[in-house]
Write a protein that binds this ligand. Structure first.
Ligand code: KG4
Ligand code: ZN
Length: 389
């Protein structure tokens, strides 16, 4: 089967077409096309503004749609859009009239693509941003008469580790995952430890009580004058640190607390005070050492709690997903620690380009949800900002 996957939960507009075949009872994924547009507009604001993100998605969506289906060609009139349907779509997209107009025009001007279902992120995320993808998906599902599969963004991050292949070559094997697994999900909006008993059977065992790990990277970057997103900037800066300084010491919040929760807001404040105490302006080496110590503090708490969960639940596999899982130091140190308990082949990170938001992981989750059946009517899909696993 072929799936169109749509992701718009934060500041990345992602569209992908996945083909799924089965080999020895296991799905094999190949990515036929994938387009991602990361909104650069937020760079100078230090974070993402929901209404700004929404406007960008509305602008980007039709452009990506045009790119993703360049194959089937144009055939005006081959898909008939009745005036009743046009009214239905305009009502449904009353907050995004320009999106309704461009999608209807697109459908009228093109042949129906060779796909069997559409899958879209419905939460968690920024609701105004989520609605753009959901409304676009509903419109296309109605006009092309296709099933619509809602996906939880965090399930997408978990399943992102299943995609092992290289996008260009096509055939992708699925990982053999032994359960139970522990998933550490670290993104801009979430920091969670999840017990995965089986695919689609999740239990949240711990989470952040305030800021997410990625959010802490973004805020610390901002106070050090670095652009958004801060994660890659901080890790680059940290890599240039030479040696350690005794004055540059930060707390490891909740390191020994008797649970699987996290807290990063105090760490960010500690960085602010530390920086304020130092002679201004900071020289490059001092900045690098602060970045390095901050990154290490985050890694220490993430790794300690993850190890504790792996042991307590007798986990057979460790899955790490979300934007922060792209951090090389986190990958190295978590792998080193977890390999005391697990074979390295059972420590799963997504391919680097799949650690941050993308539509491919939504397509993989959508496939599993499609197979599970029980799909809602397209008209009933809603954005749920705080959707849980
Ligand atoms: O998963 P994601 O793309 O979006 C959300 O679902 O939130 O994660 C984005 C977050 C941002 O906060 C970004 O700063 C962080 O992931 N991030 C990183 C790295 N790359 C992205 N944090 C630390 N190190 C990185 N290399
Ligand atoms: Zn994400």
């Amino acid at each position: 089967m072929k799936l169109l996957a749509i992701e718009t939960s934060c500041d990345d507009t992602g569209l992908a077409v996945l083909e799924v075949t089965e080999s020895a009872g296991k799905p094999v994924f190949s990515v036929l096309t994938s387009e991602l547009s990361s909104q650069t507009i937020h760079t100078n604001y230090g974070g993402v503004f929901p209404m700004m993100a929404k406007r960008e998605h509305v602008t980007n969506f039709p452009i990506l749609l045009e790119k993703i289906f360049s194959g089937p060609g144009t055939d005006p009139g081959s898909v008939h859009v009745s005036s009743d349907q046009e009214t239905q779509i305009s009502d449904m997209l009353s907050h995004e009239p320009e999106l309704a107009t461009s999608l209807i025009a697109y459908v009228r001007a093109h042949t129906k693509p060779d796909i069997d279902a559409i899958t879209v992120t419905v939460g968690p995320g920024l609701e105004p941003a989520l609605w753009v993808g959901i409304n676009a998906a509903k419109t296309l599902a109605i006009l092309w008469d296709l099933p619509l599969v809602p996906v939880n963004h965090m399930e997408g991050h978990i399943l992102s580790v299943l995609f092992l292949g290289d996008q260009a070559t096509g055939i992708q094997p699925i990982a053999d995952v032994a359960f139970p697994a522990i998933a550490l999900l670290v993104s801009g909006g979430h920091t969670e430890l999840v017990l995965v008993r089986d695919w689609m059977e999740y239990e949240l065992i711990g989470q952040t009580r305030d800021d997410a790990a990625g959010e802490a990277f973004d805020k610390v970057a901002r106070l050090m004058g670095l652009p958004y997103p801060g994660g890659p900037e901080i890790s680059r800066l940290a890599a240039s640190a030479e040696g350690e300084s005794e004055e540059i010491e930060l707390p490891r919040p909740m390191l020994h607390s008797d649970d699987y929760d996290f807290s990063f807001s105090g760490l960010k404040t500690a960085v602010r005070y530390l920086v304020q105490r130092m002679p201004q302006p900071l020289d490059d080496q001092t900045k690098a050492q602060v970045a390095n110590e901050f990154q290490q503090a985050v890694i220490d708490v993430l790794a300690t709690k993850t190890m504790k969960a792996l042991e307590a639940y007798g986990a057979q596999t460790l899955i790490v997903g979300g934007g922060v899982s792209g951090n090389q130091e986190l990958r190295t140190q978590l792998t080193e620690k977890a390999s005391e308990l697990l074979d390295e082949s059972r420590i799963l990170f997504p391919k680097r380009e799949l650690s941050t938001d993308n539509a491919i992981m939504i397509g993989i989750a959508g496939y599993f949800r499609f197979k599970a059946g029980n799909l809602p009517e397209p008209e009933t899909l809603r954005a749920i900002g705080s959707l849980e696993l």
